[in-house]
Design a protein around this ligand. Structure first.
Ligand code: FES
Length: 370
C-alpha cells in the first residue's frame, strides 16, 4: 500500500503531481475515509493463480451469456404445452424454460461480478467518518481520481477475456426486455385461444356425432333434472384422455356455468344465438363460459331473481337474461355462450351435450370487440 497521509485537503497542484492511487487515498482521507489496509490480491501480475481466477470469473460470464442465448431460444422454440408421450404427464414448459434460463443468466452474472471483486480487485479495509459539507472543486477532483482508480482496480483494461465475457453476458441481459417486447409481437398464440375442449370430437364420441358430453367435476353426466329452477352448476367438457395428458375437468379454458332459469324468465338472445339454449324454443337452460371477459376470474356469483352474474374480482356484472351482456364494471365483452343439446342416455335419462364449441374466444379479450 502506498503511504499517503494528508491531514488537510491537498491543493489542486499537489493533486496534479500525484498518481491516481495517491490522489484517491488523499481524497479518501479528506472525506474522513481512512484506508487502513489495501493490497493487491496478486502482487505479481500475470501469475498462474491470477489467470486461474480470471478464467473462473470469465466462465461465469460465459455461462450467463449462454443462458441468455438459451432464454432467447426457449422464448422462440419452446411450445406453450408439451406432453410426455406414453404418460399422463402434461407439462407447460414455456414459463419454466424462460424463467429458468433468465434465472441462470442473472445468477451467473451476479456470481461473476462478486468473484471479480473478491478474487481480482485489491483487498481493502476502510473506516469512514460522517461528513455533510458540500463538495469543493478539490473534492470533485479527488472523487474523479477515486473512480479512475476503481476502474483501474477492476483490471478491465488489461483483462480482455473478462471484458469480452462481461460484455457478452451484459448484452444477453440487455436483450431480455427486447425479446419480450419484440418477441411477443412475433410469437402468436395461433388458434389455440379460439378453441376449448367442447369442440366436436367424432373419434371420442361417435355415438353423439362428435358432440361432447357435459359433466360435473366428478365426471357424472349432467342431466336437466339435476337443477332446480333458478339453479346453477359449474360443468365441464367430458373429455377424458389421461394417456394424452389432458382432460376437460382440469383444462383451464373449460369451466362453464349451466343455468336453469326461473319460471317466467325469458332470455333476449344475441344475434345468431337464439337456439343456443335448451329447449331451442323458449329455452330454460343456458350455458356461458365461467371465465370473466375482463381479466379471467371465475364469474359465478349468481343472483337468480334478477338474472345478474357478478365477477368477484373487479365487480363486473353480466345480465344473463341478455345473453350475459356486461352491464356494470370493467368487462366490455359478453360471456361466450355454449350451444346446448340434450340426448337420451342408455339409462333412459336426458343428458346435456355441447352442440359445438363456443363461437367466440373465452376469457379476457385482447382481440377486437364484437
Ligand atoms: S376479472 Fe372479472 S371483473 Fe375483472
Amino acid at each position: 500500500m502506498t503511504e499517503v497521509n494528508y491531514g488537510n485537503s491537498p491543493s489542486a497542484d499537489e493533486l496534479r503531481s500525484m498518481s491516481p492511487e495517491e490522489a484517491m487515498i488523499a481524497g479518501a482521507e479528506v472525506d474522513g475515509v481512512h484506508i487502513v489496509h489495501r493490497r493487491e490480491r496478486f502482487p505479481v501480475r500475470g501469475s498462474k493463480a491470477e489467470k486461474r481466477a480470471e478464467r473462473a470469473v470469465a466462465a461465469c460470464f460465459a455461462i450467463a451469456g449462454l443462458a441468455g442465448v438459451g432464454f432467447i431460444v426457449a422464448f422462440i422454440a419452446v411450445p406453450f404445452h408439451w406432453h410426455l408421450p406414453g404418460t399422463p404427464q402434461d407439462f407447460k414448459y414455456f414459463t419454466p424454460a424462460v424463467g429458468g434460463t433468465l434465472a441462470l443468466m442473472l445468477l451467473f452474472f451476479g456470481v461473476g461480478l462478486v468473484l471479480w471483486a473478491k478474487w481480482l480487485m485489491p483487498e481493502e479495509e476502510v473506516v469512514q467518518d460522517r461528513h455533510d459539507d458540500p463538495s469543493k472543486v478539490e473534492d470533485q477532483m479527488m472523487t474523479e481520481a477515486t473512480l479512475a482508480v476503481g476502474l483501474e482496480d477492476t483490471g478491465i483494461r488489461r483483462r480482455s477475456v473478462l471484458l469480452l465475457s462481461v460484455l457478452g453476458a451484459g448484452g444477453a441481459l440487455a436483450t431480455v426486455p427486447l425479446v419480450y417486447l419484440v418477441g411477443s409481437l412475433l410469437k402468436r398464440p395461433g388458434t389455440t385461444l379460439f378453441h376449448t375442449m367442447f369442440q366436436r370430437n367424432t373419434k371420442l364420441f361417435p355415438q353423439s356425432k362428435g358432440m361432447v358430453p357435459i359433466v360435473y367435476s366428478d365426471w357424472r353426466q349432467v342431466s336437466p333434472d339435476d337443477l332446480l329452477p333458478g339453479g346453477l352448476a359449474t360443468v365441464f367438457p367430458g373429455v377424458r384422455q389421461p394417456s394424452e395428458g389432458y382432460d376437460g375437468v382440469h383444462n383451464a379454458s373449460s369451466p362453464t356455468l349451466l343455468i336453469r332459469l326461473r319460471p317466467g324468465q325469458v332470455v333476449h338472445p344475441r344475434k345468431g344465438q337464439a337456439d343456443f339454449g335448451w329447449p331451442k324454443q323458449n329455452p330454460q337452460y343456458i350455458a356461458f363460459s365461467k371465465i370473466c371477459t375482463h381479466a379471467g376470474c371465475p364469474a359465478s356469483l349468481y343472483e337468480q331473481q334478477t338474472g345478474r352474474l357478478l365477477c368477484p374480482c373487479h365487480q363486473s356484472q353480466f345480465d344473463v337474461l341478455s345473453d350475459a351482456k356486461p352491464v356494470f364494471g370493467p368487462a366490455t365483452r359478453s360471456l361466450p355462450k355454449l350451444p346446448l343439446e340434450v340426448l337420451t342416455g342408455k339409462d333412459g335419462r336426458l343428458y346435456f351435450y355441447a352442440r359445438s364449441d363456443y363461437h367466440e374466444p373465452i376469457g379476457p379479450g385482447f382481440w377486437e370487440r364484437p
